[in-house]
Ligand binder design. Structure first.
Ligand code: GLN
Length: 446
């Protein structure tokens, strides 16, 4: 059914960079065989799960939507892929995204933008736009994305699905193409919070292959949904409701807050005073780390190799000039600049200090409340081509990037529609590694 649906809508949605029908059918047949043999079935047995094209699946293309990796085939599985396969899931397709996960609309993809299934003239958000669009269009049952500054939550909001970024360290990054290593996390998209809990359950937990993955006991998130019932204490960060917020989104989020009040939750205003430094801090740290991570694409070991080069140094230059798109180049230049001698202390080191202050803001708020409730995106899905200025695009991350800088879990849940019929998302932000509570809070509303 998913294959048939994908074939029917994909020419209009363009959520996938590629998919392999016969491989998916073979995986599904293996699941059927397990069932016929009466074998124990995994939690996701036979369920087609789409993967963002930045998560390695052995023998499948892995492009990060970059011309640099257009012909690259992954020689191994990411840890999340291994875990999905162990749970019986059918790994389905390579989902489109902004090149190397840099962007908020999928327009930076080297292979063309995805389209929002609710209005095909609009973006699905990004960078995991393909993951959100595929799910909203019925081309997968759940999907995985990656979130460095909002790339799961924002497209989830713009496409009317649930998307979750776990605490930094909960999900292994082994086999995830790196953008900004201290911020990147893989997380699930689903149609319901329960689906998201089920997938998160499968992919979470310590991994020796990722030194930043934490050793904690992973609770049964799905079973915990029913057990944890509140009432909860929720905080409204006043800095998240100011200038720039679309009034229809503000009103929809107010409705969600009113729902929690009716459930007996205590809702109070809190302050995250360093919020105004989040964007600056993020775009220094993320670009610095990206410039370092992307140094590996040299045209020698793997990826695009220029055929025009005159000598070895020229080969590096030409291969990178031809392989990377304009946004990736912009970030490499910015990141290299903030790390360069003489500027390191002024920019990078300072950003790291501000990052600590941002995290402390959240931890202080959590002395009073269990979770925070905010809009996910200041605007609903915008027209493809509407935001040509990179800075206008960066500003869209204002409500999501604090969560990454502080390493917290965050989830976006649908909370209504604009008058013109575009989905709106509400963001719930939890305490570090308290995913079970955050999911239960989100589930109450879902
Ligand atoms: N939009 C942000 C950026 O362009 C976040 C991207 C992400 O989370 N991968 O960096």
């Amino acid at each position: 059914a998913v294959i048939a649906r994908t074939k029917a809508v994909e020419p209009r949605v363009h959520a996938f960079n590629s998919f392999d029908e016969s491989d998916a059918l073979a995986q599904a047949a293996a699941s059927d065989a397990r069932r016929a043999a009466g074998q124990a079935r995994g939690t996701l047995d036979g369920i087609p799960i789409g993967l963002k094209d930045v998560i390695a699946v052995e023998g499948q293309p892995l492009t990060a939507s970059s011309k640099m990796l257009a012909n690259f085939v992954s020689p191994y599985d990411a840890t999340v892929t291994t875990r999905l396969k162990a749970a019986g899931a059918v790994c389905w397709g390579r989902l489109n995204m902004d090149e190397f996960a840099m962007g908020s609309s999928t327009e930076n993809s080297g292979f063309g933008s995805s389209h929002n299934p609710w209005d095909l003239t609009r973006v699905p958000g990004g960078s995991s736009g393909g993951s959100a669009a595929a799910l909203a269009a019925g081309e997968a049952i759940a999907t995985l994305g990656s979130d460095t500054g909002g790339s799961i939550r924002q497209p989830a909001a713009l496409c009317g699905v649930v998307g979750m970024k776990p605490s930094y360290g909960l999900v292994s990054r082994y086999g995830l193409i790196a953008f900004a290593s201290s911020l990147d996390q893989i997380g699930p998209f689903g149609r319901t919070v329960e689906d998201v809990a089920t997938v998160l359950q499968t992919i979470s937990g310590h991994d020796l292959r990722d030194s930043t993955s934490v050793k904690i006991e992973v609770p049964d998130y799905r079973a915990e949904l029913a057990k944890r019932r509140g009432p909860w204490k929720l905080g409204i960060p006043k800095e998240y409701f100011g200038e720039g917020l679309d009034p229809e989104i503000g009103a929809a989020v107010e409705q969600a807050i009113a729902f929690y009040r009716r459930q007996g939750c205590e809702v109070k205003e809190v302050s995250l005073p360093h919020t105004r430094y989040c964007l600056d801090t993020y775009y220094i740290i993320a670009t610095a780390e990206a410039s370092s991570n992307l140094a590996r694409y040299d045209g020698i070991r793997y990826g695009h190799r220029s055929s025009k080069a005159k000598d070895i140094v020229d080969l590096y230059f030409q291969s990178r000039a031809e392989g990377f798109g304009p946004e990736v180049k912009r970030r490499i230049i910015l990141g290299t600049y903030v790390l360069s001698s003489g500027y390191y202390d002024a920019y990078y080191l300072r950003a790291q200090k501000v990052r600590t202050l941002i995290r402390q803001d959240f931890l202080k708020a959590y002395e009073q409340v269990d979770a925070l409730i905010t809009p996910t995106s200041p605007v609903p899905a915008f027209k493809i081509g509407e935001k040509s200025d990179p800075l206008a695009m960066y500003l869209l991350d204002v409500y999501t990037i604090g969560v990454n800088l502080a390493g917290l879990p965050g989830i976006s849940v649908p909370c209504g529609f604009t008058k013109s019929g575009l989905p709106i998302g509400v963001q719930l932000i939890g305490q570090p590694f308290k995913e079970a509570d955050l999911l239960a809070i989100a589930h109450a509303y879902d």
